[in-house]
Design a protein around this ligand. Structure first.
Ligand code: SAM
Length: 281
């Protein structure tokens, strides 16, 4: 008989937030697959549990996935845990879940703490409908696109952010959000848990010199329907149509490339390369 894959949520701070069911599962499984075995070892030791631990993180996901699947096919049950909170939520897990489904291995979720839900319910913002983004992309173009999505989003938005990037992210949010309310939920379930509420500008003014701790950013949805700018509409087009738009306005090739590059926040070279590669210039 095949083993099962348990997706076990662990605390995001306060160790008392582990569930009785999570403890029972961690006790009975054959293997615990953990993002960082040192962190999980501390958790297991705290509850007097001793288990075979295997590392399973973003950088070895591809290789380890097969190894873990083989264990389960050979009858061993595995508990997948992340460093904190719910596996698969801005944490590894998705890949092994997909593979387990393909292999018809039973997947059992063990629900528990999750930073996004904890922050949302204390935010005082609309909880009926929300949109979780996780960490904003670092790539300039993808980040700009995601920020545009946030600008237009009518539902409450939830972001994760690392302390050393918080200031930069609030500055980006300030540029697009005008007076929308933001809640900065810090160190949830830990000793220094705190909430700051205000606009991005208010929150930037209140930031400490040295930012430490873990943060969730909860953002009020846009109340009014946002009419996309001309630039946003153009960026939805294919590059060929974008080119045609400026061509119909009577612009010369050189200027068209310049305008497209500016609209899309990329270099002129990238646009040239695209058209040359497609034999279109
Ligand atoms: N899987 C986790 C979950 O279920 O929430 C999230 C893991 S993600 C790699 C880590 C991010 O979650 C942190 O950078 C922070 O944004 C957020 N986070 C985790 N624990 C937190 C806490 N106690 N307080 C505030 N934010 C937290």
């Amino acid at each position: 008989m095949q083993g099962k894959l348990y997706l076990v949520a662990t605390p995001i701070g306060n160790l008392e937030d582990i569930t009785l069911r999570a403890l029972k599962v961690l006790e009975k499984v054959d293997i615990v697959a953990a993002e960082d075995t040192r962190n999980t070892l501390k958790l297991l030791n705290h509850f007097g549990l001793s288990k075979k631990l295997i590392t399973y993180h973003r950088h070895n996901e591809e290789i380890k996935k097969d190894e873990l699947i083989n264990y389960m096919k050979n009858g061993k049950s595995i508990a997948l845990v992340s460093d904190a909170g719910t596996p698969c939520i801005s944490d590894p897990g998705e890949e092994i879940v997909k593979e387990a489904i393909k292999e018809e291995i039973e997947i059992v979720p063990i629900p528990g703490a999750c930073a996004l839900i904890t922050a949302l319910i204390t935010s005082g913002l609309e909880c009926k409908e929300f949109c979780f983004i996780g960490f904003l992309p670092l790539n300039k173009k993808n980040r700009k696109e995601k920020l545009q999505e946030i600008r237009q989003e009518r539902k409450t938005i939830i972001l994760y952010e690392a302390p050393h990037k918080l200031k930069n992210t609030l500055e980006d949010l300030k540029d697009i959000l005008k007076d929308r309310q933001i809640v900065l939920a810090k160190e949830l379930s830990k000793i220094h848990e705190s909430y700051k509420r205000g606009t991005a500008d208010d929150l930037l003014k209140g930031l400490e010199q040295e930012i430490k701790g873990e943060f969730v950013i909860v953002i009020e949805g846009e109340k009014e329907q946002v009419i996309p700018t001309n630039e946003e509409i153009l960026n939805e087009l294919t590059l060929e149509k974008h080119y045609e738009y400026y061509e119909n306005k009577g612009l010369e090739k050189k200027d068209i490339i310049k305008r497209i590059a500016k609209d899309r926040n990329v270099t002129k070279n990238e646009i040239y390369k695209y058209f040359i590669k497609n034999d279109e210039l």
